[in-house]
Design a protein around this ligand. Structure first.
Ligand code: C2E
Ligand code: MG
Ligand code: MG
Ligand code: MG
Length: 284
């Protein structure tokens, strides 16, 4: 990410946080203000059908438009949000905003299959109210629950399989889809896969980056795709940056791709170009 000078300043800010209580407090104040004064943004990255290049879904990725430091990325402030317990408010804000923003798209453009993917944090999932709060937010903005996908990571499953299974089951019962993000990087065993209501595996970008026909990276991607297909899961490859990677994944039978090849995350309005209806309207 190119963040220019702002990022260095911010990194300094973060690094000194642990030793300097007043800095930490001002940072917490900053984040709180960011939430209240709408400095946070939801950016959306397109998820495209590998075969047809059609827009299938968007992943919501949070940004912080900091008044002095410019656009900040999740890794600059999510760890902090977790520490200060602001992650709960932040997560709810992201989900609510994303549902509100995308809802008209689904209605207006009749984008029947358009799916919204939202990342959740470990603290959020562990909260006793997780399921209720998700469903309440979704229902509150009339967002169709079966167009929502929740992205969890393997590390969240390792702690308490029983509990997470129950929670995800409740969401899945309402039509919410569940995706495993960064699949293959979590040091977990595979036995959770058929014990949880999972719909999608997201192949981590580190494997996609290593794809070179015949190489180890390619072997791992081949194995993941083969397993996912056997289990009848949807497969999305992350971090697809080149035509070569896209072609390789398409030939393997990977369903969807997401990455800089098609486009980085951006404000929703800038994604209109990916809609087939919109395209048609432009041509006519
Ligand atoms: P993730 O969910 O695995 O998201 C993919 C990350 O890869 C995003 O980084 C995205 O901008 C980046 N990316 C997309 N395509 C490419 C590509 O072709 N090449 C490369 N090198 N990178 C690509 P981002 O937006 O900085 O987010 C980082 C992580 O922060 C996310 O990883 C996710 O775990 C977390 N995150 C983002 N937004 C939220 C949120 O609202 N809530 C929670 N709990 N976590 C979030
Ligand atoms: Mg994700
Ligand atoms: Mg990922
Ligand atoms: Mg990640």
């Amino acid at each position: 990410h190119v963040k220019g000078r702002g990022k260095d300043d911010f990194q300094f800010y973060v690094d000194t946080m642990n030793v300097d209580t007043s800095n930490r407090l001002s940072l917490e104040r900053d984040l709180r203000r960011a939430l209240e004064q709408q400095e946070l943004r939801v950016y959306y990255q397109p998820q495209m059908c590998a075969r047809t290049g059609r827009l299938m879904g968007v992943e919501a990725l949070v940004r912080w438009q900091h008044p002095e430091l410019g656009l900040l990325y999740p890794r600059d402030f999510l760890p902090l949000a977790e520490e200060t317990k602001l992650i709960g408010d932040l997560s709810e804000w992201v989900l609510k905003t994303a549902c509100e923003e995308l809802q008209p798209w689904i209605a207006k453009y009749r984008a029947d299959t358009l799916r919204l993917s939202v990342n959740v944090s470990p603290m959020q999932v562990e909260h006793p109210n997780f399921v209720d709060s998700v469903l309440k937010l979704v229902d509150g903005c009339n967002f169709p629950a079966d167009h929502l996908e929740i992205e969890i990571t393997e590390s969240m499953i390792m702690n308490d399989l029983e509990q997470i299974s129950r929670k995800l089951g409740q969401l899945a019962d309402r039509g919410v889809r569940i995706a495993i993000d960064d699949f293959g990087t979590g040091y977990s065993s595979l036995n959770y896969i058929h014990r949880l209501p999972i719909h999608t595996l997201k192949v981590d970008q580190s494997f996609v980056r290593d794809i070179r026909r015949g190489d180890d990276g390619a072997c791992i991607v081949n194995a993941i795709v083969a397993m996912a297909k056997g289990l009848q899961l949807q497969i999305i490859a992350e971090g697809v940056e080149t035509e070569t990677q896209l072609q390789y994944l398409r030939d393997l039978g990977c369903h969807e791709v997401q990455g800089f090849f098609y486009g980085a995350a951006r404000p929703l309005s800038e994604l209109a170009q990916y809609l087939p209806e919109q395209k048609a309207a432009q041509i006519i």
